[in-house]
Design a protein around this ligand. Structure first.
Ligand code: SAM
Length: 287
């Protein structure tokens, strides 16, 4: 007879409002043999609120690989496990990847129990295009690293979605404006599903100013969204690139970008950035 193996449930929990815990999540957390939690104290509050007595074990960034091995043994012995993080969906800028990958590699069943996720929650109500988006998690912590990183998706047409702490949000918005330009629409979605839920609208530069001058807007948790890159129009990109390459061979990149803009109808700054992406103007610096 085939041995019964346990199931790994990946359970989303609320990001603020406990009413967002689904019936299915509640039942799963009640029925499993063990809950693997990012922070057992935090999850205990949720379980107490729901009168759930299931045993808890720690599974966080610092013990992820070791704890995953132990949990795989638990699953292989036929017991079921629910994976949760402090808030929202596990694995989304939260621990869990090692465990899910290991469970899949062993051919174990992994069942998602969907629910709250801050990025999707913000996108669903921000009013920015949602047909295509790029989730980027937390930006690097230093300004230089953030700007270099932002260059890598400066031409992504989908809406850009970031997680950030309130403390760093203004600096991050300033860097996003410097690299992505001053015209794109942006949204800061703060304290989602909580009492002081707030949506702020403007350009990234305007929102940086708002956060710098208003202490309250830096409190709590927030998601930053920025409109994706829009084709400047005019000549097609291949033609712009052709002209830019010819001119940049003999002129400084900034001047070549200006002339290309006049010849093809594009925007000078976009063409300058295109030149940098193409490796033209080596040795010149972005301001
Ligand atoms: N796994 C979680 C999820 O599914 O959304 C995300 C965890 S990540 C460690 C925490 C970040 O998510 C916060 O710094 C913030 O950017 C965002 N976040 C979480 N809860 C939020 C809320 N209620 N309102 C706005 N942003 C939130």
């Amino acid at each position: 007879m085939e041995e019964r193996r346990g199931v790994l449930y990946v359970v989303a929990t609320p990001i603020g409002n406990l009413g967002d815990l689904s019936e299915r999540a509640r039942k799963t957390l009640t029925d499993v043999d063990l809950i693997a939690a990012e922070d057992t104290r935090q999850t205990r509050h949720l379980l107490e609120h729901c009168a759930i007595n299931t045993r808890l074990t720690a599974y966080h960034d610092h013990n992820e690989a070791r704890a995953a091995a132990g949990l795989i043994e638990t699953l292989e012995s036929g017991r079921s496990v629910a994976l949760v993080c402090d808030a929202g969906t596990p694995l989304i800028s939260d621990p869990g990847y090692d465990l899910v990958a290991a469970a899949r590699a062993k051919g174990l069943s992994v069942v998602p129990i969907p629910g709250a996720n801050a990025a999707i929650c913000a996108l669903s109500a921000a009013g920015l295009p949602s047909d295509r988006f790029l989730f980027l998690g937390f930006p690097p912590r230093t300004s230089a690293a953030r700007r270099a990183w932002t260059q890598t998706f400066a031409r992504e047409p989908g809406t850009l979605v970031f997680y950030e702490s309130g403390r760093r949000a203004a600096a991050t918005l300033t860097d996003l404006a410097a690299v992505l330009g001053e015209t794109r629409r942006a949204v800061v979605a703060r304290e989602l599903t909580k009492r002081f839920e707030t949506f702020l609208f403007g350009t990234a530069r305007e929102l940086a100013g708002r956060l710098e001058t208003d202490d309250e807007q830096r409190l709590g948790e927030l998601v930053i969204l920025v409109e994706g890159w829009q084709d400047p129009g005019g000549a097609d990109q291949a033609e712009q690139e052709r002209v830019l390459r010819i001119l940049a061979a003999d002129l400084p990149l900034r001047q070549a970008a200006g002339l290309t803009a006049r010849l093809t109808g594009g925007r000078k700054n976009d063409l300058y950035r295109m030149g940098l992406d193409l490796g033209l103007g080596a040795g010149e610096r972005d301001p």
